[in-house]
Design a binder for this molecule. Sequence first.
Ligand SMILES: [Zn+2]
Length: 178
Amino acid sequence: MVISKVGLNRIRKSKLAGNNPQYIKGKDKFRTKEWLSKKYNNEGLSLQSISVIVGVSTSCIYKWMKKHRIDRRKFCGRRGNHCHLWKGGVRGGNGKYIYIYKPEHPRSCRRVVPQQVLVVEKIIGRYLSGDEIVHHINGIKDDNRPENLYLFSDDREHQRYHQSFRKGSIKPITKSNF
Ligand SMILES: [Zn+2]
C-alpha cells in the first residue's frame, strides 16, 4: 500500500487517528494482535517505527497495543547485553569521550571505563593507577588511536602541561610516551 506524504501527514495530524483507531479505514490487517506483536516483540520495532509503517500516529499504535493487551517494553533493570537497548557497550563518540561497558574493571565508574584508558592499558600491559591521566594529543576526545594518547603520572602534571602550553612557555606534545 502506498500512502502519499501529504496523506500520511494528514492521517498523523488527524484527531481521529489519535483518538479513535476504529475510524481508520483500510488498516485492519495492522490492527491485529498477531501483526502488532510480531513487529513489536519479535522484530523489536519501536511504537514510532510501527506507526510509520502503518501510517498512523504513535498514540494510535499505543492504543491498539493496549486494546490487545500487548505489554510495552520497560526500561528494564537488565544489565549490559541482557538489555534490549544494548548498543554493544559503547557510549559517547562524536567529539565526546568514548566509554566502554566494563563493570569488572578497577576504574569502572557507573560500569563504564573511558576507552583511552583501555587502549593505554592494553599497550603497557597493566592497569593504570588511580592517579594516572590519559591526555589526547590533538585535543580530540574520541580520537583514541594509541599515537594520539599521552600518559601523565597524575592530574597535577597534566594540568601544568595545559597551563604552560596556554601561556606558550612550552612546546606542545606531539608524540605518545608509551
Ligand atoms: Zn589534556
